[in-house]
Design a protein around this ligand. Structure first.
Ligand code: PMP
Length: 362
């Protein structure tokens, strides 16, 4: 594959094969003469496609039978409010690990719906870089309705690679930027959710994987489209779902299966991350602020030794077809997001460009 390579954090790169297939089918889906966007979600052909997409996701993630897979509206942030409303009473205590910017937004949203949001721990500075406080220091509540964390902080490039194993409350994970990137023990979670626009499909769409014993407890004021129980009963078709996003996500799942599933993705994602971090660590010109054990394999933030060169770096990178490398507006610097759709060649092209830029400016 050749440039352009899109390193955007999200909406992010989609597999080229998926875009080509969608283009081919755009004007006449399955020989119907009309597009998939113009068909009723109750049409048997649409429903067959939608439920096949669900099955493919179940196969890819080995989702046990006692979990519902919900296709929801409202992206990742929609789930920040859906989670407390669905599985905590207004007078409940809930636990949150604060790993970074997205955890922080989730905490602030939860505060609207429950009496006590207990932040168990946060990010610490170590002499090897930023890290997450060790699990034995977390101030976990005795009676939390759930424990929420974000295993991969997209902006900070900080990841918790081990699933917290000592938590009694149901584990809830915001996997917006890490879902489907490697094998995962779904059965250890109460809820896994993800905004779609990184490893799944278009933005505004989200997937929630909910263990069935957590259904049936929504607060009375929960809006019906965000009620997991209603969406589970209606197979995510309580109201008109985002049919286009569902279709494209289904194509991505098919593509993932063809690539060998999440085990194959995990191996290549590790290779991509190793290549980029190894180069950053070997260079005095670039740096990554995260402790090696907590580095994200999906979002790699890096700084130039001289931030006055940031603009030039981005401009030259873009001219070579290396797109979307500007860091998040909250933190600046650069960030390379290397989700499933990014081929190894893309990371190789980025490293070559970084080497060339370093040589010219030192
Ligand atoms: N959680 C994480 C980890 C994210 O990276 C993002 C978006 N970048 C969100 C939540 C919010 O997603 P959305 O914009 O779809 O609401």
């Amino acid at each position: 594959m050749t440039a352009p390579f899109n390193f955007s954090a999200g909406p992010a790169m989609l597999p080229r094969a998926v875009l080509e297939r969608a283009q081919e089918e755009l004007r006449s889906w399955r020989g119907s003469g009309i597009s998939v966007m113009e068909i009723s979600h109750r049409d048997p052909a649409f429903m067959q496609m939608a439920f096949q997409a669900e099955q493919d996701l179940r196969d890819l993630m080995a989702i046990p039978q006692n979990y519902q897979v919900l296709f929801m509206h409202g992206g990742g942030r929609g789930q920040f409010s859906a989670v407390p409303q669905n599985i905590a009473a207004p007078n409940a205590t809930v636990d949150y690990l604060n790993c970074g910017i997205w955890s922080d937004f989730a905490i602030r949203e939860a505060q609207k719906y429950v009496a006590k949001v207990n932040v168990v721990a946060g990010v610490i500075d170590t002499d090897q870089g930023r890290a997450i406080a060790p699990a034995n220091s977390w101030q976990v509540s005795e009676d939390a309705a759930y424990f929420h964390y974000c295993p991969n902080e997209t902006v900070d490039g900080l990841a918790l690679h081990q699933i917290p194993s000592h938590i009694k409350a149901p584990l809830v994970a915001d996997m917006s930027s890490t879902i489907l990137s490697e094998p995962l023990a779904v059965e250890q979670f109460g809820i896994i959710y993800a905004g779609a626009q990184k490893n799944i499909g278009p933005s505004g769409f989200a997937i929630a994987i909910v263990r069935e014993d957590l259904l049936g407890h929504a607060q009375g004021s929960t809006s019906t489209i965000m009620d997991y129980t209603v969406q589970a009963q209606d197979r995510s078709m309580y109201n008109t779902p985002n049919t286009w996003a569902w279709y494209l996500s289904g194509l991505v799942f098919e593509w993932l299966k063809e690539q060998g599933g999440v085990a194959a993705m995990g191996a290549i994602n590790q290779q991509k991350a190793d290549l980029l971090y190894r180069y950053i660590d070997s260079s005095a010109f670039y740096s990554n602020p995260v402790h090696p054990d907590y580095r994200s394999k999906m979002n790699v933030p890096f700084l130039l030794a001289d931030s006055a060169l940031d603009g030039k770096f981005l401009q030259l990178a873009e001219a070579q077809g290396l797109l979307g490398l500007k860091g998040h507006r909250f933190v600046g610097g650069m960030r390379a997001s290397i989700y499933n759709a990014m081929p190894l060649e893309g990371v190789q092209a980025l490293v070559s460009f970084m080497q060339e830029f370093e040589q010219k400016h030192t």
